[in-house]
Design a protein around this ligand. Structure first.
Ligand code: PMT
Length: 396
């Protein structure tokens, strides 16, 4: 939880108390401005944890550094968030601990604005808020009424209990309690020789966001991941694999009897039939011909399991005729649902932080508009959890 400098900082203190009462572990970031209104000692007493104030502070970095802090959080709440903090977040600045943590965290971010009504109404602030919303940041409030400066209008920080209520959906989502979920993510890497390989641009972001959302919804999650540069979310069991064959074998073993299988990985369709044992020398032959053989289809094999997961969900990465290709894939592979994404659009492609998807079932289709991959993942998980709770709905 981060508190920016404003007269409403004292309400941030009350919010920390309420979050602790709900059983949350809370670590507080106090901006320099906030320390004019409220002391680190107060926040330490309320949170029961050391308070973080500076981006580059030797003693703090020796304990929990700013990146660790950003990774530790399941949710970052900035309350109050001033017009200045909102502007810096909108423009991706990392000039203090609060904005750096917001950039460095993979967790959802929620912002509760508090400012003078004229600053709130200013076009710059409103445009900044639109940017934040498009990136999936939750905006909570503000309230209307009399302000500390004597003005009347929108811009007051919501009461801490109201902010808590807005955040509660994130804590109380236990829609997947007691469910076993298996997710594949990232690329597969197919060896040509000991130093060269065939692969693709998948970063793993979509699959890891899904793993995080499932774990937050209470599921027991196994994430089968190709090589990526991401840390596994908390409470997720990671199985690292390299090739499509390894991903296939791990998936068959883990998906057996699972409740939900999600194939977000970009599995290489082909591998080199006979990878060289030694590095292939450039001058050994004028042309190099690689013979490729087809890899097993991981998700189609999962659909064939005797103890098939109740719900098997694939992704379709398409560059043209998105919906028709995706519909065909759903039927051909025997999936309950396919999630189509357009990878020709840089906003929704491999490696991007955002996605926009179509969920395609046998009887119904649904569009989720552009948002951060984490927000898209949370929406997908909520839809899947609902389907899982109605057994007949698996095929809808
Ligand atoms: O990782 P990111 O950078 O965040 O990017 C996300 C993503 C674009 C990789 C992801 O959203 C996505 O679309 N994943 C599926 C990519 C893909 O390989 O699509 P496909 O249309 O080729 O495959 C369809 C489905 O079959 C997928 O669920 C895939 O996991 C599965 N498949 C494909 C081939 C194969 N041999 N085995 C499989 O299981």
């Amino acid at each position: 939880m981060a508190i920016a400098g404003g007269i409403a900082a004292y309400k941030g203190a009350e919010l920390v108390r309420l979050l602790k009462k709900q059983g949350a572990d809370v670590r507080v970031i106090l901006s320099r401005g906030a320390r004019e209104f409220i002391t680190p000692l107060t926040m330490q007493a309320l949170s029961g944890e050391p308070v973080h104030t500076e981006l580059l502070d030797e003693s703090a970095e020796a304990g929990m550094g700013h990146i660790e802090l950003a990774r530790w959080a399941d949710l970052l709440v900035i309350a109050p968030a001033t017009a200045d903090v909102i502007a810096r977040l909108a423009h991706g600045r990392a000039d203090d601990l609060m904005t750096t943590a917001a950039l460095a965290t993979a967790a959802p971010v929620a912002v509760a604005p508090a400012m003078n009504q004229q600053m709130w109404a200013n076009a710059a602030t409103q445009e900044n808020l639109i940017l934040l919303t498009q990136r999936g940041i939750q905006i909570i409030g503000p309230d209307q009424g009399e302000q500390a400066c004597g003005d009347v209008g929108p811009g007051r920080l919501l009461e801490p209990a109201q902010i808590l209520q807005a955040l509660q959906s994130r804590f109380s989502s236990r829609q997947l309690d007691n469910k076993k979920v298996v997710i594949t993510a990232g690329p597969t890497v197919e060896a040509i020789d000991p130093v060269r390989f065939l692969s693709n641009h998948s970063s793993g972001k979509m699959g890891y966001a899904l793993a995080r959302a499932c774990a937050e919804a209470g599921a027991e999650v196994t994430l089968i991941s190709g090589p990526v540069h991401l840390s596994p979310p908390d409470r997720v069991r990671l199985l690292s694999v390299t090739s499509a064959i390894e991903m296939h074998d791990a998936s068959i073993q883990e998906a057996d009897g699972a409740d939900l299988f999600i194939g977000a990985a970009a599995v290489a369709d082909f591998r080199v039939s006979n990878p060289a044992r030694e590095k292939i020398k450039k001058n050994a032959q004028p042309d190099l011909t690689l013979t490729l053989v087809e890899n097993p289809d991981v998700i189609a094999a999962v659909c064939q399991l005797a103890r098939r997961p109740t719900l098997v969900v694939g992704f379709a990465a398409e560059t043209s005729d998105l919906l028709s290709h995706a519909r065909e894939k759903r039927v051909k592979k025997g999936l309950d649902l396919v999630i189509a994404n357009d990878v020709s659009d840089p906003h929704t492609s491999f490696g991007s932080d955002q996605n926009a998807v179509h969920l395609i079932g046998a009887l119904s289709e649904q569009h989720l508009a552009l948002a951060s991959k984490q927000v898209i993942a949370e929406k997908i998980v909520s839809i899947l959890a609902e389907r899982l709770s109605e057994p007949a709905a698996a095929s809808s």
